[in-house]
Each structure stands twice: as structure tokens, then as C-alpha cells.
Design a protein around this ligand. Structure first.
Ligand SMILES: C[S@@+](CC[C@H](N)C(=O)[O-])C[C@H]1O[C@@H](n2cnc3c(N)ncnc32)[C@H](O)[C@@H]1O
Length: 405
């Protein structure tokens, strides 16, 4: 078992999402090995209530104000200290004792430096939960998940997500990424554009964004590639029915590969599309979502080709929300740290705006991240959210672009 886990978990191209790195071990439990032998964890992500997130923002501001005041007070103390010290009368020992005065206040009784840590505000985390190392216990092995590992009850403020950790690049969709939480935050804070709509998520991974979107939307098509991932996503949709069904929304998990020109309609494949679903997608979709799917130039190009093709065939205007995390990597080409994937993403956005095909007009704008945080993650400065609007241009009607079917 250990050999199998080491093999799966630690490869040279292994990546681990910060979201899982910082999740309290009490909130995630290893429940099984999936069909390809990867350990599967069940995480419970707590939604911070609106009031709490606003209150914690206020707490954070108060903390900053207090810290500034303390800094000012300390500066004043040092000024008084120094003015009392008359160089004409000071001896080396008084100098030393003066200099150590400020430090002494920071030492504990054994003389160790006591570092006052900044409280974690706006996390919504139960402070009694220690952030110790994840010490997972496997409850079952094999394809079928155990009910034992599932949290009791069906709290409306908890999203339960099965995911794996530390995956190779080709399996990144089995983890939850910060970009998903940023996009989910936005949807939770501004649900109106999704109300009773049909929504399409591209590269949905574990399904967390689609699940939360279905609290406002009528139907969410959560799409991705890979049977194993889509099965995991389907399972997450089932685990969170209490969140979606009570709101009247549903999530349909479907295969949609940006590298292919067609929808998968093979009835023998579990996540294929029916003709009715394809028609519904084209006729009703008004919102498209994608979180953290821009990390490889070829895939970014394929994503934008897919987006172009889909929006060209939608009946209605569409709002597209894309989250991205700028990741800095050292590149031999630049002999420096660079953010190449982000550069490619921005060039694709520019290309959309300048596109004049007589069918769809695209407008692009960054979304200000001033909306509160409803999920627990670090909203780092590298996170961005973009909105694209795709509007039909009725003036001319050029030949229709190949429609997926
Ligand atoms: C970094 S993960 C993000 C997953 C999820 N949106 C999140 O933020 O947690 C990138 C996602 O893009 C999906 N993806 C990669 N290549 C794809 C393709 N050719 N067609 C569709 N999805 C693809 C991956 O399977 C994965 O789910």
C-alpha cells in the first residue's frame, strides 16, 4: 500500500494546490483509493456567511490600525529612551541595558523570543482546530467510496469535495485550485447573472464551482476530460445535492475536450451528450465559467478556440468569467522568472477583442476583487478574474462556423 501511494503521490512533475496544503486536517479525511490507485480525500469547505466575512474584514482593518498604533507607540518609546540617554554620562553597560530594554519585553521567561503571530482573520476557520500535518487514515480501498468517511448531516454552509492531492500535471483537475475559490466567491457574492440560467463550466475539475453556481442557476453543465476525473466530479455533485436541489438547480457532468472538434455523443460513454442536451446548451446558455485553466500554452489556445466556437453558436449573448493565478516560473529562455502562461492568456484575450468576424463581438474587462471572501483560502495578489461579454453582431450574416454536434 505504502509503495503504491509513494508511487502515485511523489513524481517529479507532481503539483500540490495551496488550497489543500492549508486545509485543516480535521476538515479532510482520506476515504479511499480511486480506480487508478490515487488516495482520495474528502474535504469539507465551509462557506463563510456574508456577515462573518464582512465582520472579519472589519476585524482585519482594526488589526491593521492597532498594529500601526503599536508601531507608532514603539517609535515614541524609542525616542524617549534615546533622549534619556545622555552620551556624556552613559557607560557601555547602561548602553547595553537600554538597547536590550525593547527586546526584553519580547522574551518569555526562559529568554526565548516570543513571536506574536498575526491572527488569521477572514478565514472562517474554527481557531480551535490545529493546523497540524495531514495524517490521513484510509477507511476503504477500491472503487466504491465508503459512507463512513462522509460527514454527518447536510449543512447548507459546507461543500464536500472529494479530491486527490499532489497529482502529476495531467491530473491537476482532481485538486481544487485557488482560482476556483475566487470564481466561487464571485458567484456567491453576485449570483444575479446566473439566476435561473443555463451555465457551462469548462475545465470544471472536481466540480466545486459548478456546484456553487447551481445554487443560483437552473442547469450547470460541468465539463472536463478523463473518465476518472468526471466520475469524481459526478460523485461530488451527488455529495452536494443538499446545496443544489434545495435551490432548484442541477449539475450535469459532461465530457468536453478542447482538443476535439466534437461533443462526445457516444451513448456507451458515461459522460456523453444527448442531442437534446447539445440543443439546450446552444439555445439557453448565457454564462460560461472557467477557473484556473491557463497553465499550458497549447491548452490555452485550445480553450480559446473552443470558446470562440461555442459562443459563435450560442443563441443568446453570453457573459464569460475566467479566473487565473499568475504563476512565476524560472525559464531557461529568459534566464529569469517569468509568467509565460499568463502572457499567453492575455494575448488570447487581446485577440478576441480585436476579432472582427461579423458574428460575435467580444469585450474584455478585469473584475475588481473587492467582493468579500466566502471560502477559506489565501486571496493572493497573483489571482485575477476577467469578464468577457460575447454579443451577437446582427449587421451581417457570414457563413455559419462549423457547429459542434
Ligand atoms: C488546474 S485545473 C483547474 C480545475 C478547476 N477548474 C479548479 O480550479 O479547481 C485545470 C483543468 O483543466 C482541465 N483540462 C485540461 N485539458 C483539458 C482539455 N483538453 N479539455 C477540457 N478540459 C481540460 C483539467 O482536466 C483540469 O480540470
Amino acid at each position: 500500500m505504502r509503495e503504491m501511494m509513494d508511487d502515485v503521490t511523489f513524481r517529479s512533475d507532481t503539483v500540490l494546490s495551496d488550497v489543500h496544503l492549508h486545509t485543516s486536517s480535521k476538515r479532510q479525511l482520506m476515504v479511499r483509493l480511486n480506480a487508478v490507485g490515487q488516495p482520495v480525500f474528502l474535504a469539507q469547505f465551509k462557506l463563510i456567511s456574508d456577515e462573518t466575512s464582512q465582520a472579519s474584514e472589519e476585524e482585519e482593518r482594526a488589526f491593521r490600525r492597532n498594529a500601526l498604533n503599536r508601531q507608532e507607540e514603539r517609535k515614541e518609546e524609542w525616542k524617549v529612551d534615546n533622549s534619556l540617554r545622555d552620551p556624556a554620562f552613559s557607560t557601555s553597560s547602561t548602553k547595553a541595558s537600554d538597547a536590550s530594554k525593547g527586546i526584553e519585553a519580547l522574551l518569555d521567561e526562559d529568554g526565548d523570543l516570543e513571536v506574536v503571530r498575526r491572527p488569521r482573520f477572514s478565514s472562517g476557520e474554527d481557531e480551535s482546530l490545529p493546523r497540524d500535518k495531514v495524517c490521513p487514515i484510509i477507511l476503504t480501498t477500491g472503487g466504491e467510496p465508503s459512507e463512513e468517511g462522509e460527514p454527518k448531516g447536510s449543512s447548507r454552509d459546507v461543500v464536500k469535495i472529494e479530491h486527490t492531492m499532489a497529482t502529476p500535471l495531467e491530473d491537476v483537475g482532481k485538486q481544487v485550485w485557488r482560482g476556483a475559490f475566487l470564481l466561487a466567491d464571485y458567484i456567491l457574492c453576485k449570483p444575479d447573472p446566473l439566476k435561473d440560467c443555463t451555465v457551462l463550466e469548462l475545465g470544471g475539475g472536481t466540480g466545486v464551482v459548478s456546484i456553487l453556481a447551481a445554487q443560483a442557476a437552473k442547469t450547470v453543465y460541468c465539463t472536463d476530460v478523463g473518465e476518472d476525473l468526471l466520475d469524481m466530479c459526478e460523485r461530488n455533485v451527488a455529495l452536494n445535492k443538499h446545496l443544489t436541489e434545495s435551490a432548484g438547480g442541477k449539475v450535469k457532468v459532461k465530457e468536453l475536450d478542447w482538443l476535439k472538434n466534437d461533443f462526445c455523443t457516444d451513448p456507451d460513454r458515461p459522460h456523453s451528450w444527448s442531442e437534446d442536451e447539445i440543443a439546450e446548451l446552444y439555445d439557453l446558455t448565457t454564462v460560461i465559467l472557467a477557473a484556473d485553466v491557463f497553465y499550458d500554452d497549447d491548452l490555452t489556445d485550445a480553450f480559446f478556440r473552443t470558446l470562440y466556437r461555442l459562443t459563435g453558436n450560442l443563441k443568446n449573448p453570453c457573459a464569460i468569467y475566467l479566473s487565473i493565478e499568475k504563476r512565476l516560473n524560472f525559464t531557461l529562455r529568459h534566464m529569469d522568472v517569468a509568467c509565460e502562461a499568463y502572457g499567453r492568456f492575455r494575448r488570447c484575450l487581446d485577440a478576441l477583442v480585436t476579432l472582427r468576424d461579423g458574428r460575435v463581438r467580444y469585450a474584455v474587462e478585469p473584475v475588481e476583487l473587492s467582493f468579500p471572501q466566502r471560502l477559506v483560502y489565501e486571496r493572493v495578489a497573483q489571482l485575477e478574474l476577467w469578464k468577457i461579454t460575447a454579443d451577437k453582431t446582427p449587421e451581417r450574416s457570414p457563413p455559419p462556423c462549423t457547429r459542434w454536434k
